[in-house]
Design a binder for this molecule. Sequence first.
Ligand code: CO
Ligand code: CO
Ligand code: CO
Length: 310
Amino acid sequence: MSDPNLIVGIENSDDAGVYKLTEEIALIQTVDFFTPIVDDPYMFGQIAAVNSMSDIYAMGGKPLTAMNIVCFPIKELPGEILKKILLGGMEKIREAGAILVGGHSVEDSEIKYGLSVTGTVHPDRVIANNGAKKGDKLILTKPLGTGIISTAIKAGMASSEAIEEITLSMCTLNKKAGEIMQQVGANACTDITGFGLIGHLLEVLRAGNVGAILYHDMVPVFSEALTYAEMGLVPAGTYLNKNYYSCSVITDSDISIFKLDLLYDAQTSGGLLISLPEEKAMVFKEKFKTCEIIGEIIEERQGKIILRHS
Ligand code: CO
Ligand code: CO
Ligand code: CO
């Protein structure tokens, strides 16, 4: 659909819709919910809320209001579990500086939780998927591997250190990264979720009619993720991503198939992938120490990723 005030619609598989209300304010709207990926209901609530608000940060905005979306088997499971999930979500809404204004629940055999989030941004400061420019550096703000480690958790194979590491990462808002990105300025941004690093990077490349070189040795991964990938603990979503996107990936140097699995790994509450000029990338890295520069934008090979050593 088109409308003079619609800044970002559904055409570029962007993170959220953006609609201009006035010359000063645009609304950002997004919704996301999913089934538990950790056993602790309070942590699950936090992760789901952080994941839902991430798309607002990926557009360069800040969350304003949120609504709960809940599916819960209220006849089979104690209400205490539901309470903990909602409490976890609320803590993160508060941390983001947003407020909970309502929600909707459905009785369902499987637990699902997430938020519908409304955020704001100045209409001139929207950071969409389609602005990546030749020479831009690509920054990733969180390691990869939550899908593979979650699969190890479900199989009862994950170490407590690995569980703690990904839980902490998935519970961390992209707020700071988003704020620094707005200060420094960026050409394009998305957050890494279900389609993995490769899938979401391809969305940016297709939207911007550019290509990219990805330095696979520079891509940060959680410490035990590679070990679990070698054990075959790879989620179905990651294999689907690989089947679907590998035709757009050119492998220009040796890379282990397990590291490759991680590049395709379906993430929950992943980091921001930011495309910005080199000097801005240096400033960003100075202000956000834990990020990595993982690649660069090129003019040729539109809509393709070349995998190479740095
Ligand atoms: Co997104
Ligand atoms: Co209702
Ligand atoms: Co985006």
